[in-house]
Design a protein around this ligand. Structure first.
Ligand code: TXA
Ligand code: MG
Length: 325
């Protein structure tokens, strides 16, 4: 069921009770909605994988409300990781470090490391606090589908099977930046609203971006799977000329920044900045699937700040990527 939170925290308290009883609860974070369970309850975490249809080797992010929990999740915390926690949490950044042996293997997808983040959302923080335990949570979508940026999206994927805390539309709209902080250089496995420059300036350490499998070998299990994909074929364009030609010839559903509103009468806007595009992209992909039309065309946004993450998600959702750099 969808429980609409109006600030009274009634839904959050109900959700926390369910988590304590080993059940799964969908909740809002600042990035996307999460599908959470008690991170130390193996059975509960198994239910997340079952519900999502998620491959067992793809690890989950553990959400915390206080730095105290890091001692119970990580084996050791190097000084550069400590700086990120102090300066960038709560926020859209998941930090990978060697895991404490008490973190169940199912949470880690069998890896020796664990990803942890402190979300910047009042309901998420209260949910963890009232549950009294860290919450393991992937995005609250069926595996392969676009991540949910509203409670309605979660309901579309799971219906009545899951208790959903409705906290309205999320702020950021793309998932957290994932950084591997086990060694220097730091490695970014997923781009997000916390940028490589933010991490470099906070830690004073070099940062490498590894968002694609190298030589076919994924560094992060998440790289092995197609993501965020609508059901209809999605053509993603790198440049305007090729994009406009394609739209003229094929008359697709169009997902693009507002300035292109004139190109099609089946137009879904990505707003007027990379920040707008991040908050609108997943809803746009879901809405395009529901519209009349067989194919979708989208054009990449300005590759600055969170725009890099938007373009990466578009590429991973794409059936075809076309046009020049
Ligand atoms: O913003 C977010 O991060 C959202 C909200 C709910 O917090 N969560 C989310 O989780 O996007 P999920 O499960 O959809 O994505 C987690 C990503 C996956 O690509 C996974 O492979 C990677 O993080 N990951 C998690 N633990 C890892 C580890 N120990 N080593 C390498 N990659 C890891
Ligand atoms: Mg996900």
């Amino acid at each position: 069921m969808v429980c609409i939170e109006n600030g009274s925290l009634v839904c959050v308290k109900k959700g926390a009770n369910l988590i304590r009883n080993g059940e799964v609860v969908a909740f809002p974070t600042e990035t996307v909605y999460g599908l959470g369970a008690d991170a130390f309850n193996v059975e509960a975490v198994n239910s997340i994988f079952r519900l999502k249809g998620r491959p067992a080797d793809n690890p989950l992010i553990v959400h915390i409300d206080s730095l105290e929990w890091t001692k119970f999740l990580y084996k050791e915390i190097p000084p550069w990781a400590n700086k990120m926690m102090q300066m960038l949490w709560p926020g859209p950044l998941s930090i990978i470090l060697p895991a404490c042996s008490c973190v169940p293997s199912v949470v880690r997808g069998g890896l020796p490391t664990v990803a942890v983040r402190m979300p910047a959302h009042p309901y998420a923080l209260k949910l963890i606090k009232y549950a009294g335990t860290p919450i393991a949570a992937p995005s609250a979508n069926l595996s392969g589908k676009p991540s949910p940026t509203s409670a309605r999206h979660v309901f579309e994927d799971f219906g009545e099977d899951v208790f959903i805390i409705d906290g309205g539309a999320v702020a950021v709209g793309v998932e957290s930046t994932v950084v591997d902080a086990t060694s220097i250089p730091l490695k970014i496995y997923r781009l997000g609203a916390v940028t490589p420059e933010d991490i470099e300036s906070v830690t004073g350490k070099p940062v490498e971006i590894h968002v694609k499998p190298r030589d076919g070998r994924p560094l992060s299990p998440g790289h092995a799977y197609r993501h965020y994909a609508p059901s209809k074929p999605l053509y993603v364009f790198r440049d305007e000329k090729t994009f406009l030609e394609f739209v003229r010839e094929r008359n697709p559903i169009v997902i693009a920044p507002q300035k292109y509103h004139w190109v099609s009468d089946r137009f879904i806007s990505l707003g007027s900045s990379p920040v707008d595009a991040a908050s609108l992209l997943y809803m746009a992909l879901r809405d395009a699937d529901k519209m009349e039309g067989d194919i979708i065309a989208a054009i990449m946004v300005e590759p600055v700040g969170v725009g890099l993450a938007v373009n990466e998600r578009m590429s991973r959702a794409a059936t075809y990527i076309l046009g020049g750099e």
